[in-house]
Ligand binder design. Structure first.
Ligand code: NAD
Length: 472
C-alpha cells in the first residue's frame, strides 16, 4: 500500500464520482458540472526588504450555471492551483445545498500572513483586487469574494475600497465583496456565521432521534463533548456557540503550537483572550498539553470538529478516531481515503459542503442588503413593535392580568438585522439538513451524508444547466 496521500482536489473528485455513479444523470452533464470553468493564475511583484518578491495568486470560477460566482479568498503559504480548484468546486455544491443562487468560486494568494506587515498585506490585497478587476473576475454580478483562511473583514474592506476607486460611480459596487466590516456595508452576524452554521448543523444531528439511536447516543446537545482543531474564525465561534447555546463542552483545542486538554471543559472566550496575549494556547489554566499536536484526532469525545485546513484526518491517522461524529467545519478536513476507514468504523461525518455553509448563506444576505441599499428590519421593526404592543395590551385588558415590563419588552420586540440574519441562517441550515437526510433515507444505495449532500447539489445544478438549454 502506498503511503502517498491523495491531494485535496483528488479527494473532492473521488467523492464527486461516488455520488455521480448513483445520480442517474447523463455523463456529459456530470463532466460539465465537475469541471472548473475558468482558472485565472496571476503573478505580481511586491517590495520586500531591499528587493522585490513575486507573489503567486489564483481565482477559480468553478461553475457559471448561476451568476455571480461566489467564494472566499485564502491567504496561506500552502496555496496552490489544485487547492483553489478543490475549494471552488466545493462552493458550487455548497451554494446549491443551502439554496443560495450562486455558482462556486475561490481565490488564493500564496503568502504566510505571519511573515508580512499589515502594510504589505494591504498592498498584496489591493494589487490582487486590481488584477481581478482587470480580468473581470470581480463584480456584484460576476464574481463576489468573501473571507476564508487567513483573511477577514479587514481584507474585504481593502478589496471594496480598491474596487470602488476603479469603478467610480457603480451603483451596486458595495455588493462586489462580502464579509465587510459592518460599518462599511457589511451585515451583522457575518463574522460568526460559519461557526453558528456549524452549531446548527451539529444540533440538528444531535437532536435527530433516529440517527442518535443508530449511534447508541442520547439525543440532545446538552453535555456533549467536543474537540476543535483550529482556533481561528470558524473554530472560535463554533466553540463559543456550541457551549453558550447548546450546553456542550469543549474538552480539547488544537492549534499550530500544540493541543490542550481538560475533561471538565475549556472556556473558549477566556482561551481566545489568553492566546491573544501569550501568542499560544499552551499553559492555559486548568489544561494539560498533549504529547503531540496531532493527538486531538484520537481523543475520546462525542463530536470531533476540524476547523483548520484540509486533509487533517487522513489514512495515516483515521484509525485513531474514537468520536462517533465528525462535523467538517473546515473544507476537506477528512480525505476520501480516511472516510472509507471511518465509515467502516460507523463514524457519521457531516460534510463540509453542508456543515460550513453558514458563511456563504449570510454572505448572500449581505449581498442582497447591498443590492437593495437598505438594512434588514429598517422598514418593519417599529411597525411590528407597535402591533405586538397593541396585541399584548388587548390581552391584558381582556384577562385583567398584567405581565412584567421585562416580559412585555421581550414579547413586543420588532426584529433587528441581527435577529433576521440569525433566523434566516437557522432556517437555511435546518431545511438543508432535512433535504440531505431525506435523500439518505429515500435512496437505498446511499448510506452516508456526503454522497447524499452531493446528490442534493447535483440535482439542483443539473436542473439549472438544463433550464439554460445547454443540456436538453
Ligand atoms: P482562520 O485563518 O481564521 O483560522 C484557522 C486557524 O487554524 C488558525 O488559527 C491557524 O493557526 C489554525 N491552524 C492551521 N493549521 C493548523 C494545524 N495543523 N493544527 C491546528 N491548527 C491549525 O481560518 P477560518 O476562516 O477559520 O477557516 C478555517 C477553515 O474553515 C478553512 O478550511 C476554511 O476554508 C473553512 N471555512 C471558512 C469560512 C469562513 O467564513 N471564514 C467559511 C467556510 C469554510
Amino acid at each position: 500500500m502506498s503511503h502517498k496521500q491523495a491531494s485535496f482536489y483528488q479527494s473532492v473528485q473521488t467523492n464527486f464520482e461516488k455520488a455521480a455513479k448513483v445520480s442517474g444523470l447523463p455523463k456529459g452533464l456530470l463532466a460539465q458540472i465537475s469541471a472548473c470553468n475558468a482558472v485565472y493564475q496571476m503573478r505580481f511583484p511586491i517590495k520586500s526588504g531591499n528587493g522585490y518578491e513575486v507573489i503567486e495568486a489564483y481565482r477559480v470560477q468553478h461553475s457559471h450555471h448561476r451568476l455571480p460566482t461566489k467564494g472566499g479568498i485564502r491567504f496561506s503559504h500552502l496555496v496552490n492551483q489544485e487547492e483553489v480548484m478543490a475549494l471552488a468546486s466545493l462552493m458550487t455544491y455548497k451554494c446549491a445545498i443551502v439554496n443560495v443562487p450562486f455558482g462556486g468560486a475561490k481565490g488564493g494568494v500564496k503568502v504566510s500572513t505571519r511573515k508580512y506587515s499589515e502594510e504589505q498585506l494591504e498592498k498584496i490585497t489591493r494589487r490582487y483586487t486590481v488584477e481581478l478587476v482587470r480580468k473581470n473576475f470581480i463584480g456584484p454580478g460576476t464574481d463576489v469574494p468573501a473571507p476564508d483562511y487567513g483573511t477577514g473583514s479587514r481584507e474585504m474592506a481593502w478589496i471594496l475600497d480598491t474596487y470602488v476607486q476603479l469603478r467610480n460611480g457603480e451603483l451596486d459596487a458595495a455588493a462586489c465583496v462580502t464579509g465587510k466590516p459592518t460599518g462599511q456595508n457589511g451585515i451583522q452576524g457575518r463574522t460568526e456565521a460559519t461557526g453558528r452554521g456549524v452549531y446548527y448543523a451539529t444540533r440538528e444531528l444531535l437532536n435527530d432521534e433516529e440517527e442518535m439511536k443508530a449511534l447508541k447516543m442520547k439525543p440532545g446537545t446538552e453535555g456533549k463533548t467536543i474537540v476543535i482543531q483550529g482556533l481561528g474564525n470558524v473554530g472560535t465561534y463554533t466553540g463559543l456557540i456550541c457551549t453558550e447555546e447548546g450546553g456542550m463542552k469543549v474538552i480539547a483545542v488544537s492549534e499550530i503550537e500544540g493541543t490542550i486538554y481538560n475533561p471538565d471543559g475549556i472556556d473558549i472566550d477566556k482561551l481566545v483572550k489568553y492566546r491573544k496575549k501569550k501568542k499560544t494556547i499552551i499553559g492555559f489554566p486548568g489544561t494539560k498539553k498533549m504529547a503531540k499536536r496531532e493527538d486531538w484526532v484520537g481523543i475520546n469525545c462525542d463530536v470531533l470538529i476540524p476547523a483548520a485546513l484540509e486533509s487533517q484526518i487522513n489514512k495515516a491517522n483515521a484509525k485513531k478516531v474514537k468520536a462517533k461524529i465528525i462535523v467538517e467545519a473546515a473544507n476537506g478536513p477528512v480525505t476520501a481515503e480516511a472516510e472509507e476507514i471511518l465509515l467502516k468504523k460507523g463514524v457519521v461525518i457531516l460534510p463540509d459542503m453542508y456543515a460550513n455553509a453558514g458563511g456563504v448563506t449570510v454572505s448572500y444576505f449581505e449581498w442582497l442588503k447591498n443590492l437593495s441599499h437598505i438594512r434588514f428590519g429598517r422598514m418593519e421593526k417599529r411597525f411590528d413593535q407597535r402591533a405586538y404592543t397593541q396585541l399584548v395590551n388587548k390581552v391584558e385588558d381582556l384577562t385583567g392580568k398584567k405581565i412584567s415590563k421585562k416580559e412585555k419588552t421581550l414579547l413586543t420586540k420588532g426584529a433587528d438585522e441581527i435577529d433576521l440574519v440569525r433566523s434566516g441562517l437557522e432556517e437555511t441550515m435546518i431545511q438543508a439538513y432535512h433535504e440531505i437526510r431525506n435523500i439518505k433515507r429515500r435512496k437505498r444505495n446511499v448510506k452516508e451524508w456526503r454522497t447524499a449532500a452531493f446528490l442534493v447539489a447535483l440535482e439542483k445544478v443539473a436542473s439549472d444547466y438544463m433550464s439554460l438549454g445547454i443540456f436538453p
